[in-house]
Design a protein around this ligand. Structure first.
Ligand code: CTP
Length: 203
C-alpha cells in the first residue's frame, strides 16, 4: 500500500488548509511497483494526476478519510510506503456554509490530525513499513526520531525542495540511524531504485 499526495482539512464548506505536495513521489512509487509486478493499493489525496493503470485506487480528501481507508486495506498488504504529505493540523470546528468577512482579523483554533502512519505502526505485526520524513533542519536526527515514534522499519529522508518537484534527493535510514543508501534524480528513476532496495530487504 502506498499513500500519496496532500490531505485537506476544511475550515468551512468551501475553504481548506493543505500543502503543495504534487503526489508525484507516491505515484512514481506506485508505477514502479506495478512495473515490477507487485499488486498496489494507492491511497491518494487530491492531485492533478491519473492513477497508474492496474492499481487498486482510493481517492481521499481529508486525513481522517486517508486513515480510514488505510486501516481497511492494511490487512491485505505486505507492507506500506507512506509518501503522503498529510496535514498535521485541522480546524477544531468545521463551520457549516461559508464564513463571511467581518472586517477584523480572525484566528482559527487548530488541533493535530490523526497520524495515519503511526497508527498503522502500532498494529504492524508482520508488515514492513517505510515512512517518509521531510526535514528542513537536523534532518537525520529528526528522521530517526520519526522512524522510531511511528514504528517504521526504514525511513526515506528528503527535504522541502522535493515538494512539487520532478526530482528528489533521498537517503534511506534504518532503525539504528545508519544511512543505508541514497538516490538522486527524477522521481520515476529513483522510485525504481527505492523499490529494488526494499525488495532486497524484505525477500
Ligand atoms: N504522516 C502520517 N500522518 C500524519 C502525519 C504524517 O501518516 N498525520 C506520515 C507521512 O506520510 C510520512 C511520515 O508520517 O510518511 C512523516 O511525515 P512528516 O510530515 O515528515 O512528519 P510529521 O510526523 O508530520 O512531523 P512534522 O511535520 O512535525 O515534521
Amino acid at each position: 500500500m502506498i499513500t500519496a499526495g496532500p490531505t485537506r482539512e476544511y475550515l468551512d464548506d468551501v475553504r481548506y488548509l493543505s500543502n503543495a505536495s504534487s503526489g508525484r513521489m507516491g505515484y512514481a512509487l506506485a508505477t514502479a511497483a506495478l512495473k515490477k509486478g507487485h499488486e498496489v493499493i494507492l491511497v491518494s489525496g487530491p492531485v492533478d494526476m491519473k492513477p497508474p493503470q492496474g492499481c487498486e485506487f482510493h481517492s481521499v480528501e481529508t486525513t481522517s478519510q486517508m486513515k480510514e481507508v488505510c486501516h481497511d486495506c492494511f490487512s491485505r498488504c505486505d507492507g506500506v510506503i507512506a509518501a503522503a504529505a498529510v496535514c498535521d493540523y485541522k480546524p477544531v470546528n468545521r463551520i457549516e456554509g461559508k464564513l463571511a468577512k467581518t472586517g477584523n482579523p480572525i484566528s482559527i483554533d487548530m488541533i493535530e490530525t490523526d497520524d495515519v502512519l503511526a497508527e498503522l505502526g502500532q498494529t504492524k505485526n508482520d508488515h514492513w513499513i517505510v515512512g517518509f520524513a521531510l526535514e528542513a533542519e537536523n534532518a537525520r536526527e529528526n528522521a530517526l526520531q520519526k522512524l522510531r515514534s511511528k514504528n517504521c522499519d526504514w525511513i526515506i529522508l528528503n527535504n522541502p525542495s522535493a515538494i512539487g518537484s520532478e526530482t528528489n534527493d533521498v537517503e534511506i535510514l534504518d532503525s539504528t540511524g545508519k544511512v543505508k543508501v541514497s538516490f538522486s534524480g527524477n522521481k520515476s528513476d529513483i522510485s525504481i531504485e527505492i523499490l529494488s532496495w526494499i525488495e532486497k530487504q524484505v525477500s
